[in-house]
Design a protein around this ligand. Sequence first.
Ligand SMILES: [Zn+2]
Length: 70
Amino acid sequence: MPNTVCPECTETIFVEADSEQGDEVVCEECGVELVVVGLDPIELDLKSVDDDYGSEKDDDFDSYGYDDSY
Ligand SMILES: [Zn+2]
């Protein structure tokens, strides 16, 4: 099984041999969510949570409901 290091805590992480780019892995040491970004060699990146997109969606939803009620 190929392994690499966690970008967060530098602990060794084992990755499934048949992993593909975009697969998600959780570091057992620090619990951070990682995404496979490279396969040869295995490279992991922190799973990026798109905060802007989420809050933008919330704003739209809020303003829509607000407008609708008036
Ligand atoms: Zn870690």
